[in-house]
Design a protein around this ligand. Sequence first.
Ligand SMILES: Nc1ncnc2c1ncn2[C@@H]1O[C@H](COP(=O)(O)OP(=O)(O)OP(=O)(O)O)[C@@H](O)[C@H]1O
Ligand SMILES: [Mg+2]
Length: 1158
Amino acid sequence: GFLFVILSFVWTDLPASVVNGIFFPSPTQEHWISPQNATSIKTMHPTSIHGVEDMIRLGDLNEAGILRNLLIRYNERVIYTYTGSILVAVNPYQLLPIYTPDQIRLYTNKKIGEMPPHIFAIADNCYFNMQRNNKDQCCIISGESGAGKTESTKLILQFLAAISGQHSWIEQQVLEATPILEAFGNAKTIRNDNSSRFGKYIDIHFNKRGAIEGAKIEQYLLEKSRVCRQAPDERNYHIFYCMLKGMAPEMKAKLGLGLATDYSYLTMGHCTECDGRDDLSDYSSILSAMKVLMFTETENWEISKLLAAILHMGNLRFEARTYDNLDACVVVRSPDLVTAASLMEVEPKDVMVCLTTRTLITRGESVATPLNVEQGLDVRDAFVKGIYGRLFVWIVEKINAAIFRPPSSETNIIRKSIGLLDIFGFENFFVNSFEQLCINFANENLQQFFVRHVFKLEQEEYNLEDISWQHIEFTDNQDALDMIANKPMNIISLIDEESKFPKGTDATMLYKLNSQHKLNSNYIPPKNSYETQFGIQHFAGVVLYETRGFLEKNRDSLHTDIIQLVHSSKNKFIKQIFQADVAMGVETRKRSPTLSSQFKRSLEMLMRTLSVCQPFFVRCIKPNELKKPMLFDRELCIRQLRYSGMMETIRIRRAGYPIRYSFAEFVDRYRVLMPGVKPAHVQEDLRGTCQQIVLARLGKHDDWQIGKTKIFLKDHHDMQLEIERDKAITDKVILIQKAVRGLKERTNFLRLRSAVTFIQKVWRGYQSRKNYQIMRSGFLRLQAVYRSRKHYRSYRMTRLRVTLIQALCRGFLIRQTFWRRLRAVLTIQAYTRGMIARRLCQRLRAELQRRLEAERQRLAEEERLRNQMTARRAKAEAERKHQERLVQLVQQQEEREREEKEEARRKKELLEQMEREKEAPVDHSDMVDRMFGFLGNAGPLPNQDGQAPAGFEDLENIPRGEEAEEEVLNEALPLPDEEEEDLSEYKFSKFAATYFQGVSTHTYIRRPLKQPLLFHEDEGDQLAALAVWITVLRFMGDLPEPKCQIVINDGSEKIPVMTKIYETLGKRTYKRELQELQVEGEVRRRSFNHVQKRNSVRHKLVSLTLKRKSKITEEVTRRLTEGDYGLQGNSMLEDRPTSNLEKLHFIIGNGILRPALR
Ligand SMILES: Nc1ncnc2c1ncn2[C@@H]1O[C@H](COP(=O)(O)OP(=O)(O)OP(=O)(O)O)[C@@H](O)[C@H]1O
Ligand SMILES: [Mg+2]
């Protein structure tokens, strides 16, 4: 099982933690922790959560606390933090906007702590302390390589130059010393592109008014081996590369120089370029700086010569030889050798001898022994290192000569100084050698100085506050220092002694060290006799030193042969830099001070200088090895914190009273613990109040003290007070929260409530209005219904009555009619019957007449016959003849009856036919023809056929003949008298004069027009107008119909008129199609001839105006597309005579469908 920690800020020392069991999660992280480990979690002090400017104020004043504080500030790009009087500077590896002149102004004349931590604050304090206290100041800047020491030094210098504010020549000279020193003493290493390979102490002197008056530079331990050897990816000193890049070609030629890659001394690290450095421009700034610092042209040239000589020496090649069974070597003769020799103004032969043999003086006799290749190379390298080391010393001296003014002997002129120590920090590499011992020795000294200073500060504070501090203990590194350099038989002196002892070796030295110090707790002897390392417990940890090469490095002396060679040189400069060596005799040189003793001496001097100064400490921290911004390697940083000795400060503080508050601060912070205590600024007896609070909270017997202005507490007091304060504040906070939340909620509630009421109000209003509307319309409907019912009822009544009246009336009328008809019928019947009866009577009478006639004839016959024959026979004969006549009469009768019947039948048929004709539909076409038949349309010439209808006879009276006709055609038709028509405003003639195009007048002409009367933009409209005109002419009979006769039966009788109009004209005369038509016409105009264009446009128009489905159209379209046009305008009427109805359709239809034609 694991615990899930939702992070508040906690410390833990779990084994899996990042730095030595210290691990601090950020609040955004989540962690699983096993329950067993839950106890290792400790909550953070509030000061650790957001960080503090002065780490002394950290509640968790331990490594993790300091580291976390630095980290959270670094992440916010705040690189400076105080720990008491120490400034911790974390290298930002990026240019921060915090070094501007404005910032310098901001930090000028401020107390430490008044402004956020800054290197300028330190510089400012140095300067003003110096002036106020009349005391020299120093600033000790330490840190690993690449941590930013040199940059900090430069920033302080810059600040001091700015605030001393003279812009004097000397000030300029002091500032210009840096580029020269950096050129000769700095190089690119893997840790730092501009690593100072020497330590330096710049003492800046100020006059009484605080202006820079001069300076003195002290240098320590230049890394000479770099001239001959560089680790991979490292470079030799900048000056070589700058010179090769920047020197004028002719000068380079004089020195026999080429490119950096040509020299083995410059290419050991396989790196001749350095990103971010511009060797070329650096060279010119070096030269100008040298000018400022009074280097003469000759001196400059001599320096270049020596540098060139060094490079040529590096290219010498040695070859192994054997003489008399002895290993020997020779220098291969080469231009390099010659050039090197000539540059040093010595004989090449001498150089060769010097580098390949060694002169030993035994019993007054000098014997030359050959050297093997390895020794030869060593000698060469020693020579070169000797030259460069001395050159560097000379340069520093030269600079000092320019900027240093020895204090004047007049005692009343006092001058003060600020010293800046930019020196390598504590070093502990994989292999540590003599240099590291020296460096760490220096750092032990500085640490001692630092610890004493811090402790002294503490003591001072306690004294100042009148607090007893006797029982405060602290450990310093005095023992280690004693062992290294102070006590008799110390390590340095043993090494020195062994160096001077002719038979001394690194092994004998180690033996002596062991035997002398093996019991010392600060000494770590080698584990066995083969081991060549010994260790020292330094303040920052154990360092193991590799003893091989110790003595050689310490001796640091040049062989007599080399001195001799230099002595033989004709070059004054080289002699000058070797002056001290040459001046010494051989013996004295042997006893000349070793490196360690020199260093010890200069260190002692430095410590003496520092001890009379008021010190400031700047601890530079390198946040990562990659020179990257915003990258914080915790392990690397915690190591540097340990080396920086900051823990010592903490230990000292812890030993005493680490927590201290001014009374005001204390009262303000803890008055919550005592109800009723007023804030500090309204208190009178602050001390008393403090005492009251502590007494009440911590008790009388606890180990706390009250000073004059401060109260001093132990850690656990602070913790206890903090916890109680936290609790008290939490209670108060809860109370305030309660009230505030209550208030907030209440106001919120009130706001909500008023909002709700408002919404309700609006809603209800809206609802009521809506309901009212509904009700109102309901009532209206009700009213309407009621009224309609009432109306309906009265209507029904009325209707009933009306119907009744109607019925009665109709009944009455019908009856009346009926009776009238009945009477009429009866009358007709009576007459008819009378007529029939009379006819019958007539017929019967005629019959009777005829019968009587017949009878009479019979009788007459009988009479006649009786004369001839017997009566009987006559009677019979008469009878027979009478019978025949009767039959004849009957036949005649029948004949008449048949004729009558036939007559009746015919009449009936006639009636029926009339009835049928009445029912038959009207033929519009015929009707129109009949109506307008008088206009005539069939003749070859208009107006020639047919009789004029009634009312138009006058037209016929126009005289015939050519002239007359011509006249008629050209002249206007008689119009009504103008006087009669009093509409002068609207006169047609006026309109025509105004609007008609071309020569057209208002008079009617019986000819096709060349262009439409009115102007039409649209081509379709133009054509249609012309077509309409032609149609009008034809309709009027003034233009002949086309000859071709095609009988088209369109069945128009059954089709409504409008349908026919549409069919004739087509429904669509949309603009789009017309435009399309026009565009097409436009396009075609370019490619086709005129006829074709008209053709296509016409075709379009036809298909547009005549609907394709129509039988007429189909026919017309077909004909149109086949070509053969007679007339301009629409050809719809060209090839086929049209009925009057069709013409009317066309004319009116165009009017309907083409608004422009109306
Ligand atoms: N305050 C700063 N602001 C910006 N960059 C800085 C600052 N301090 C240091 N640096 C960067 O870090 C690099 C190394 O700094 P510097 O040369 O001062 O280191 P150093 O401590 O003198 O190292 P060494 O011991 O090797 O001489 C500088 O070249 C610069 O790029
Ligand atoms: Mg440096």
